[in-house]
Design a protein around this ligand. Structure first.
Ligand code: ATP
Length: 498
């Protein structure tokens, strides 16, 4: 599906156009507005097509999922469109840009919200159809907006869909539940008490607490801004020189006035302070200047792994090296009771020396031991089937995503990247393990590694810890062999970190 003509083991270089197409792919969907939901889903016995979903949902399904596909796998079509609508709704509601770590409070609200949007109608199940997802007792009006950039699954709680009082009551119950089911032997950081106490703080108190935990230096005096690296939903990232030791750092500048849930930042900073690993883009310090929070991080001057996979061909030994380093980060996060939930090449940053570090903890979930979460987060193309199909999921979603990232390193892009996000969701749910076009060109060890990552049955899928022992990783080349790939990609993309 990559569109590359064969050359060498993994084919020829990816074009810049394909790189651009890859980013544009996720921006395609523009949605209608004001859709009334009366859900009573059934399958037309003649055409096999779904009926009874909101008109806008059906329009989406019917334009992107064929009648035969709907008929063959109606559940996958329904799950995909539900998930998709949830994503769009969240995309519009997202107004909390900085989320290096997601707290239990956010996840709990997210759980409640997804249930409300998607599943609570099950309470009114129809008796005449297996497919029924019920009928709402009252009309709901949902506004849809086109998602921006790549199709990620934002998790900030919507102000529109959840009454604060109800959310807090439900949250208290869930937090209590989670505390009760916590494993005594689990070493996860127990953060909930602090989160709950923060959630009671007023804006003024939050600023006071931020002042207390941030470095007292004036960032405008201490750092010299060199150049902007990019602007994400989470703020602007730039390179700066730290006058304290002349080191170069990456700084994320967050405008606090645009944050509706400032208390989350307190938790995030505290969590980040406690998470240091050689394969994570480590937090260095936080600074407060009026309404701006500057978060200083290690600077990775090699750009993202996406730049490399889309532009140059990687050898198996180089892929093994990146997998090993990423797995070390993932295993570390898992050992701390945290799921990353958004492992993909965009979130793996490289140093010019070949250092590999995982970043963007904006979708992390704190978990307790092997406790499973019922939330749907991540980026559709990298998403594990159990996430799309709304089954309970746990740490192993990161292992699936790592498998998809390995496919990116082989093929230049994840499976279904040329499909719309909705169709990709359907295919993930319906097909399960994706086909890998260059499968026959891979070594048996690499094939086995991918097999262990991409098991649809979560129990059959290896853990990050187990994968670190896999023989494929013994083939890893030295990290410095990544440097020529990074340089080649930077040259093609005209990127420079000086
Ligand atoms: N520590 C870092 N070192 C080098 N580059 C970085 C670092 N952190 C972020 N970047 C780069 O800066 C740009 C913006 O990063 P940011 O994380 O804000 O963007 P994003 O991931 O697209 O957005 P978001 O995560 O907020 O949705 C990206 O190109 C990213 O690769």
């Amino acid at each position: 599906m990559s569109g590359r003509s064969g050359r060498g083991v993994f084919g020829k270089l990816f074009s810049k156009k394909q790189h651009k197409e890859r980013d544009e792919r996720a921006t395609e969907i523009g949605m209608p507005t004001n859709v009334k939901q009366h859900l009573h889903v059934s399958k037309n016995s003649e055409t096999g097509m779904l009926e009874g979903l909101p008109t806008a949902w059906l329009r989406l399904i019917n334009t992107q999922i064929t009648a035969a596909e709907q008929s063959e796998n109606p559940d996958a079509a329904i799950q995909a469109v539900k998930f998709h609508m949830y994503t769009i709704k969240k995309e519009k509601a997202q107004d909390e840009p900085f989320k290096p770590f997601v707290t239990q409070e956010v996840i709990t609200e997210e759980d409640i919200e997804i249930e409300k949007l998607l599943d609570h109608k099950k309470a009114h199940q129809s008796q005449d159809s297996d497919l029924s997802i019920g009928q709402s007792s009252e009309e709901e009006t949902t506004h849809y907006n086109a998602p921006s950039e790549r199709q990620t699954m934002p998790i900030s709680p919507s102000k529109h869909s959840l009454k604060k009082k109800d959310a807090l009551m439900d949250m208290a119950a869930v937090v209590q539940d989670l505390t009760l089911i916590g494993d005594d032997n689990d070493e996860s950081p127990m953060l909930r008490k602090k989160e709950l106490s923060y959630s009671k703080l007023s804006d003024e108190e939050i600023y006071e607490e931020l002042k207390r935990i941030c470095n007292k230096d004036d960032p405008y005096v201490r750092f010299e801004k060199i150049k902007q690296l990019g602007a994400g939903a989470s703020g602007v990232v730039f390179i700066a020189i730290d006058s304290k030791d002349n080191s170069r750092v990456a700084i994320k500048d967050i405008d606090l006035t645009k944050q509706s849930k400032k208390e989350l930042i307190l938790n995030e900073i505290n969590v980040l302070k406690g998470f240091h690993h050689k394969n994570l883009v480590n937090f260095l310090d936080a600074f407060l200047s009026y309404d701006h929070l500057w978060v200083a991080m290690e600077l990775l001057d090699g750009g993202s792994l996406t730049d490399v996979v889309t532009e140059v061909v990687m050898k198996e030994g180089q892929i093994a090296a990146v997998c090993r380093e990423t797995l070390q980060a993932v295993a570390f996060l898992h050992s701390k009771g945290t799921i990353h939930r958004d492992i993909k090449s965009d979130n793996v940053l490289l140093g010019m020396d070949g250092t590999v570090k995982v970043t963007d903890f904006g979708f992390c979930a704190n978990i307790v031991g092997d406790e499973k979460r019922q939330t749907m987060v991540g980026t559709p193309y990298w998403m594990a089937p159990e996430v799309v199909t709304r089954k309970q999921y746990g740490k192993k979603v990161d292992v699936w995503s790592l498998g998809i990232m390995a496919i990116e390193m082989i093929e230049g892009e994840p499976p279904y990247m040329k499909e719309t996000p909705l169709r990709a969701l359907y295919l993930i749910a319906a097909v399960g393990r994706p086909k890998i076009p260059r499968w026959g060109e891979l070594s048996p060890k690499f094939q086995d590694f991918l097999d262990k990552c991409l098991q649809v049955d979560v129990d059959m899928r290896a853990s990050a810890e187990e994968l670190l022992e896999h023989p494929f990783l013994e083939c890893a080349m030295e990290l410095r062999t990544l440097t020529p790939l990074i340089k080649a990609a930077q040259k093609i993309l005209h990127k420079c970190y000086d």
